[in-house]
Write a protein that binds this ligand. Structure first.
Ligand SMILES: Cc1cc2nc3c(=O)[nH]c(=O)nc-3n(C[C@H](O)[C@H](O)[C@H](O)COP(=O)(O)OP(=O)(O)OC[C@H]3O[C@@H](n4cnc5c(N)ncnc54)[C@H](O)[C@@H]3O)c2cc1C
Length: 457
């Protein structure tokens, strides 16, 4: 008889798990709390869905920030090309852009969701929408061996409408806790901890950072291209990179900042409000101005963290000596000019008014009276513009969740729980996360696919 499988959550991990299990011959029920599938998937890649990254599979793991080894089996079992084949065969053509990032040709994430829905229909999966799973149904041990090996055995789920559905296996793919309005509000972590699973503290990942200095907020709206940054905690380098950065009303954002943010998150206040009361939220003074933020969300909170030092190199192509020589040249060519007039050629427009305060030199100081020490300070600020990071924005603005179900408790070859029989876990719930570029969705596809195939066996 075909195995009966229940999949909880119709995000990318859940949908692909259901499709894989059905293709392997199982009778599958997919359950989603929302009125439709893939609410978060819909907003990915700014609505274009960067569904995977077509880099070499070997290279994939260098973009995974936490627990890459845990992903070996699942990624090799169902890699980027397997996902691309599946989506294209389901009628959604794909294209590969800069950095091997893969998108639908239409640039519409809705087309990826439509392709998955076609596969769900074709595979004969029973899809229950608007249906929230409230818990897991346990079964008695059938042998002493089972009792020794597992803490619990699962045989189904409880629904919000008080119904119980039985199954041979349950795959949980209810996501992390970021962008909770999409449905992934962390409600299922509680059920898994009650079965003995442990959670590596949940923190916002790929998230804008909050800055202490008011001078930073004065530059809100300013985007810097081709700059490099380094983020340090004491002497330890947390992250570095080259690219684009954006000043906001609370601090800094943009691809370069998101890329270094997940490692900083670990220095911040813990867990999700769903799980503990230790989540520390502070009101953001500036957002009380009612301007909202650059992401268009209404969140007014941030998570307080350890202080870290952000250094921005505004002139990565020149070294300090070259910059000093340039300043000497410009100062001697415009001896009667003020510092602020020289600055126009050195820093972007919006920074011109703030930069004198940052380096402690009056804007209307004539350049012929700027001392050697002051010139050195200008060079230092151009090469190492410093801001103090004091936290991250909260889960409402985090692309992913750092932390999750401890991967030591999950079999990486099957995605089955090592503690609870017949329970499989997939997607962002797991304690593994990657940089931007399609790697996080690939993790959802791969772990979901492996869970589906394994549960159906
Ligand atoms: C703004 C944004 C942009 C992003 N862009 C990209 C990108 O371009 N590329 C990339 O690789 N990654 C991107 N990500 C990350 C990516 O979207 C996630 O990593 C991925 O969606 C995780 O998939 P998942 O299936 O594990 O969880 P989710 O997509 O969160 O799905 C979980 C599902 O479970 C459902 N659920 C929860 N609890 C229950 C319950 N009790 N009963 C029934 N159903 C339940 C939820 O409603 C939800 O539909 C982005 C994320 C965000 C927020």
């Amino acid at each position: 008889m075909a195995a009966e499988i229940i999949v909880v959550g119709a995000g990318p991990a859940g949908m692909i798990a259901a499709i894989a299990a059905a293709k392997a011959g199982a009778a599958v029920t997919l359950i989603e709390a929302n009125e439709k599938a893939g609410k978060k998937l819909f907003i990915t890649g700014k609505g274009r869905c960067n569904l995977t990254n077509a880099c070499d599979t070997q290279e994939f793991f260098s973009h995974v920030l936490r627990n890459p080894k845990f992903l070996y089996s699942s990624i090799y079992d169902f890699d980027a090309s397997a996902v691309m084949d599946m989506i294209e065969e389901a009628g959604c053509p794909l294209k590969t852009e800069r950095g091997e990032r893969v998108f639908p040709v239409s640039d519409h994430s809705a087309d990826i969701i439509a392709a998955l829905e076609r596969l769900i229909r074709q595979s004969g999966i029973k899809f229950l929408k608007n249906t929230k799973v409230l818990g897991l149904v346990r079964e008695a041990y059938s042998s002493d061996d089972e009792k020794k090996k597992y803490r619990y055995i699962i045989k189904g789920v409880f629904l919000e409408n008080k119904e119980t559905l039985e199954a041979d296996a349950v795959i949980v793919a209810t996501g992390g806790v970021s962008y909770p309005t999409t449905g992934s509000d962390g409600n299922f972590f509680r059920h898994l901890t009650s079965l003995g699973h442990t959670i590596v503290s949940l923190k916002p990942g790929l998230v804008p950072l909050v800055v202490k200095e008011e001078s930073c907020m004065r530059m809100q709206g300013l985007a810097l291209k081709n700059v490099s940054v380094s983020l340090k905690y004491g002497k330890k380098l947390i992250g570095s990179g080259f690219g684009e950065l954006l000043f906001t009303h609370f601090g800094v954002s943009g691809p370069l900042i998101l890329a270094v943010s997940s490692d900083y998150s670990r220095l911040c206040g813990g867990s999700s409000p769903m799980l503990t009361d230790t989540y520390e939220i502070r009101k953001d003074k500036t957002s009380q101005l009612g301007k909202g933020n650059d992401f268009g969300h209404s969140s007014k909170a941030y998570i307080h963290g350890e202080e870290a030092d952000l250094y921005i190199d505004l002139k990565p192509a020149a070294n300090e000596e070259e910059l000093d020589e340039r300043l000497i040249r410009e100062f001697s060519q415009g001896q009667n000019k003020y510092f602020k007039n020289i600055l126009a050629g050195l820093v972007p427009g919006q920074m011109k008014d703030v930069f004198p305060d940052i380096c402690g030199i009056q804007a209307d100081k004539p350049v012929n009276s700027i001392t050697r020490e002051e010139r050195r300070e200008i060079v230092k600020c151009l090469k190492n513009l410093h801001f103090t990071i004091i936290g991250t924005r909260d889960f409402n603005e985090a692309i992913i969740t750092v932390g999750g179900i401890n991967v030591k408790e999950v079999n990486p070859s099957t995605m089955e729980s090592k503690l609870v029989k017949n329970l499989y876990i997939a997607g962002e719930m797991l304690d593994t996360d990657s940089v931007t570029g399609g790697y996080n969705l690939q993790t959802a596809w791969s772990t979901g696919h492996l869970a589906g195939v394994s549960a159906a066996e």
